[in-house]
Design a protein around this ligand. Structure first.
Ligand SMILES: Nc1ncnc2c1ncn2[C@@H]1O[C@H](COP(=O)(O)OP(=O)(O)OP(=O)(O)O)[C@@H](O)[C@H]1O
Length: 261
């Protein structure tokens, strides 16, 4: 595994909404095994950049590279097939399914075992796939500390555990690149510590590249080796948490919001 070749890159990305420049010449590079934070005041362009990276929005300028190849015009599904996963600020579990079944369903998009017809008749060709998916679900539940609630309905989970389920769903089919949008939102201090341990393990043990947007700045500073700061659609600063904290422009953009605490 190379640590110098970026797996995901944004080059000169620009997005306009009418007269608003949501992103303007944004460059970003993410390497395998790296956990990088993306922070910035409200309206800085973080969600728009996630939309561009994940293929939900095509940029007006610039390009997105995956493994060095231009994927700017590739769909979100194509990017998912090549190992990219994303979570959203709004949680989207299947509430009427158990936690374990949510993780099985999260792997179903790959198909296998004879397709819809085989599903409808419960064909034996599906069994090896189901067994493998159940095994992977159990592994991810253990990793995420959700084993005790495996058989609970997803809709019944308290907010912190529901957030962890979002992460578990995103990694059920192992990702190479993981974009996490506000993963610690609503979590207690203990829950966000558990979350950072899972994220760090995914990066260190599976070589997953993680980019995370998070308003909880102390969480970002704890889990990320590198932080990129966006402001008004441009990269304002980039560096280690200590470098970013000490940056006068970042202090000014964040005045009174706690980044410098
Ligand atoms: N669909 C849209 N139509 C018009 N303007 C938009 C749209 N989406 C975003 N914007 C504008 O683009 C800019 C960047 O918004 P974006 O949501 O990417 O910022 P953000 O950093 O994610 O903010 P927050 O932290 O509040 O989620 C803002 O000025 C926003 O008002």
């Amino acid at each position: 595994m190379s640590t110098s070749t970026p797996i995901l890159q944004a080059q000169g990305v620009g997005v306009r909404f009418g007269g608003v420049r949501a992103l303007d010449g944004v460059d970003l590079a993410l390497r395998p095994g790296e956990v990088c934070g993306l922070i910035g005041p409200n309206g800085a362009g973080k969600t728009t950049l996630f939309d561009v990276l994940s293929g939900i929005r095509r940029p007006d300028e610039g390009r997105v590279l995956l493994d060095g190849s231009d994927v700017t015009r590739r769909s979100p599904v194509w990017r998912a097939r090549h190992g990219m996963r994303r979570t959203f600020q709004r949680q989207q579990p299947f509430g009427q399914l158990t936690v374990a079944d949510n993780l099985v369903v999260a792997q179903e998009w790959r198909g296998g075992g004879g397709g819809l017809a085989a599903d409808l008749v419960g064909a034996p060709t599906r069994r090896p796939y189901e067994r493998a998916r159940r095994d992977r679900a159990a592994e991810v539940l253990a990793l995420c500390g959700l084993g005790a609630v495996a058989e609970s309905y997803a809709a019944a989970l308290p907010v912190g555990r529901a957030r962890m389920l979002e992460l578990a769903r995103a990694v059920a089919d192992p990702p190479r690149v993981l974009l996490l949008d506000e993963p610690a939102s609503g979590m207690t201090a203990d829950e966000s510590r558990a979350l950072s341990a899972v994220v760090l393990r995914l990066a260190a043990e599976e070589g997953c590249a993680v980019l995370l947007v998070e308003h909880n700045v102390s969480f970002v500073m704890e889990v990320c080796a590198r932080v990129v700061v966006l402001d008004l659609g441009r990269v304002l600063a980039e560096g280690t948490p200590a470098e970013v904290r000490a940056d006068a422009r970042v202090r000014e953009a964040y005045l009174g919001t706690g980044v410098t605490n």
